[in-house]
Design a binder for this molecule. Structure first.
Ligand code: IVH
Length: 717
């Protein structure tokens, strides 16, 4: 980034600015001063090799602040002072990713990697593939967009399709430059992806600070990093001293071009403009050279940590070597990422809807620890399943303290031979939930006690049942308090209706206060009449109200998932939502029809059918519609647009099946345009009963198609 000569010049300038701190006006040299500050930020945050003390840096920073305050017209967007942000009152804005943020497929051993290599060779027809191997950073993924060398937007991954705009928070991370010289490479706009992490050192310091303040320490660096992205106070983000590794370029726009070069299934149209890739010497031609480009633009890319290897055997050797050094790193990693090095070959291999075919994560082996099982609690879930949870003597394991672990069901307890008082071996594979590997019967003292599975629901005391062929005991009392509460918690959760600030604790609180008794109760809850609630200021109540209201517009698949139908996960919910026009269409679907859908087998179809055959459930859904929730599949309508795009519609007379406004909305959703009068520009006149003068007029213009309501319904199908 900086040549030795530039470094020298910047050092001389540093001395100069330090010498004129009090006695001179440096207004004319303001850009030099900014460059000096950027240079020292780079030395400190990227290279970890500061050349001046923190105190000296602060003095220079204050000097710049002083000059800018006196001359506001001289402030630039990428001035080092422009990282400071103000607290957010509202939530974060959701933004659509231009290129979906995909995940990675996983591998756990040498065979998995060989398999990956074999498939890539088969698909490409090559006999050998060069790879680039780098750490898999354990943090939170982000996307950054730079336009004309300026950072313009940073977003979280979100659900991969849309994320939150967290630009202000990201600016608090000093290893992310506010500007970067992409134009040097002929790039006008670029999106780069990476991971926000918290180093082990920053984690320790932050916990020390929390403890000093009398606050609860945080559990691990990863959750702290990812939790930081959505904090509304940028100063708090700054305090956490986060870091960022950037490891992927997902698209770029060449200067002077109007096309985006994207390598992934884009929301934008796929382009094949490879201007910048044209020569094999282009810095964009391989993954490793892209990492170098990012490094040269001032980012922390895994430039030193990556290795280009000539074949899969060398990949295997390198990942194993790296695993043994894992604990020596100053940050947590949970594996390695193996990427096909040639971008051209990456393009050829392409991707599935979930992950690229040119990359795979190699997950490190689980970390293990032994501890003591000191008790068992039985929890009732939203489907009535009673789950035993083992209480453990707290033990530190791979970055978190573990004190309880689900032990699933009665059979699992038998299989693992678990008793209260046992020493148990537990493990945590990467970011996965900890598990009990086994008990250690050899060290039993004789004081261990069998785990008795209850015969009655621990919450409502009704008798538990177990279906044939199932391992789970269930409480079948649908009014069981535990189930109702868990159903509401599921409904408001992030992956379902995502009602922000309505966490588990609030649901339990409102339920216990009799303020909410069921799902529709969320929307009929009158927060103005609840009086003062402990822990709720006006602002948090307002936020909650706004979040509840906003959730009414959530797309159908989220509602479908939120209903908590057994076996219907997020993916199935999407498939299901996409198969209907309206949620209540499921009332008329047979199990056989449902089984025609992807991911829907006999068991799932039965469960859906069962759910929609239940009168109470239908009533609840109708109630939700009355309240104003989105029960129509708007997405499907948009997807299907094309056909009626640009066609004009006019409705006249009384429609028998549809409300006029709904009919108009349907036409619009398909790309149609509603017009107000009959003219030669009208394509369709839809006539209901008692149509009058408009029909007469339309009959005289032969280009107008006069259709009935049923014709219209056929047309939009
Ligand atoms: S490449 C299409 N490289 O791991 C490109 N991901 O488990 C996909 N991650 O969502 C990402 N270190 O958040 C890539 N060196 C690395 C990574 C990395 C960490 C994360 C990333 C991804 C997740 C998948």
């Amino acid at each position: 980034m900086y040549s030795p000569q530039q470094t020298q010049t910047l050092q001389t300038q540093t001395k100069h600015f330090l010498s004129i701190l009090n006695n001179d006006d440096a207004t004319n040299e303001i850009e030099d001063l900014r460059n000096v500050l950027r240079f020292h930020e780079y030395r400190y945050y990227i290279l970890n090799e500061p050349l001046i003390s923190d105190f000296e840096y602060d003095q220079l920073y204050k000097l710049l602040e002083k000059i800018e305050q006196a001359n506001p017209e001289l402030v630039t967007k990428n001035s080092p002072t422009q990282r400071v942000g103000t607290s957010l009152n509202e939530g974060f804005e959701t933004v659509q990713h231009l290129v979906p943020m995909l995940s990675l497929a996983n591998s756990y051993n040498a065979e998995d990697l060989q398999d990956f290599d074999r498939k890539a060779k088969e698909a490409s027809g090559l006999t050998n593939i060069e790879y680039c191997v780098e750490p898999k950073f354990d943090g939170a993924s982000i996307s950054l967009i730079y336009e004309n060398d300026l950072l313009v937007r940073a977003t979280t991954r979100g659900d991969g399709v849309a994320g939150d705009d967290i630009t202000t928070n990201i600016k608090q991370i000093r290893s992310i430059p506010l500007s970067a010289p992409f134009s040097k490479y002929g790039i006008q706009q670029i999106e780069i992806r990476g991971e926000i992490i918290m180093t082990k050192g920053s984690f320790a310091k932050y916990n020390e600070w929390l403890t000093q303040q009398g606050l609860q320490p945080v559990a691990n660096p990863r959750n702290t990093a990812s939790g930081s992205l959505r904090i509304k106070d940028p100063k708090e983000v700054y305090r956490r001293n986060l870091d960022a590794f950037l490891y992927h370029i997902s698209y770029y726009l060449a200067s002077g071009k109007s096309q985006v070069v994207s390598r992934e299934t884009p929301n934008i149209k796929h382009q094949t403009d490879n201007t910048l890739l044209a020569t094999s010497h282009s810095p964009l031609a391989t993954h490793s050279s892209q990492l170098e480009l990012l490094w040269n633009c001032g980012f922390r890319s895994p430039q030193k940590e990556n290795k280009v290897v000539k074949n899969i055997d060398d990949v295997i050797a390198y990942v194993q070597e790296f695993e043994s050094k894992r604990d020596e790193l100053p940050y947590e990693i949970d594996g390695m990422v193996v990427k096909v090095n040639s971008i051209e070959l990456q393009d050829e291999l392409g991707m599935t809807s979930h992950h690229p075919r040119w990359a795979i994560a190699y997950k490190f082996k689980a970390r293990q620890a032994t501890t003591k099982l000191i008790g068992v609690e039985f929890q009732v879930g939203r489907t009535g399943a009673v789950t035993p949870v083992a209480k453990l003597e707290p033990v530190y394991l791979g970055g978190v303290t573990v004190s309880s672990i689900s032990i699933h069901n009665e059979e699992y307890i038998k299989e693992k031979d678990l008793k209260i008082g046992d020493a148990v071996l537990i493990e945590r594979a990467g970011d996965v939930i900890p598990q009990i590997v086994k008990s250690l019967p050899d060290v039993r003292t004789g004081n261990e006690v069998d785990i008795d599975f209850p015969k009655q629901c621990p919450v409502c005391k009704s008798e538990l049942f177990k279906e044939d062929g199932e391992a789970v005991w269930r409480c079948i009392n649908i009014e069981c308090e535990a189930q109702v509460v868990e159903k509401i918690i599921h409904f408001v959760s992030k992956d379902a209706m995502d009602i922000k600030s309505f966490g588990d604790a609030n649901v339990r609180l409102f339920y216990s206060l009799n303020l909410i008794k069921d799902i529709p109760g969320i929307y009929t809850l009158n927060l103005d009449e609840t009086g003062t609630l402990e822990g709720f200021g006006k602002k948090s109540l307002d936020n909650l109200k706004a979040a509840i209201k906003a959730s009414k517009q959530q797309p159908l698949h989220r509602l479908m998932y939120g209903l908590g139908i057994r076996f219907v996960g997020e993916t199935t919910a999407k498939t299901l939502a996409n198969s209907v026009e309206h949620l209540l269409d499921f009332k008329n679907k047979s199990e056989e029809e449902l089984q025609q859908l992807d991911d829907v087998g006999v068991k799932v179809a039965k469960s859906i059918h069962h759910f929609f055959s239940n009168e109470q459930n239908i009533k609840m859904i109708e109630h939700l519609e009355e309240i104003g929730l989105q029960l129509k599949n708007t997405k499907k309508e948009v997807v299907a647009s094309g056909g009626l795009a640009g066609q004009t519609f006019l409705f006249t007379g009384t429609l028998a099946k549809l409300k006029r406004s709904d009919a108009e909305a349907l036409a619009e959703a398909k790309g149609g345009i509603i017009v107000s009068g009959v003219s030669a520009k009208l394509n369709y006149l839809v006539v209901g009963e008692d149509a009058g003068s408009k029909l007469e007029k339309a009959k005289k213009i032969n280009t107008i198609k006069v259709i009935s309501e049923d014709d219209f319904l056929d047309l939009i199908k």
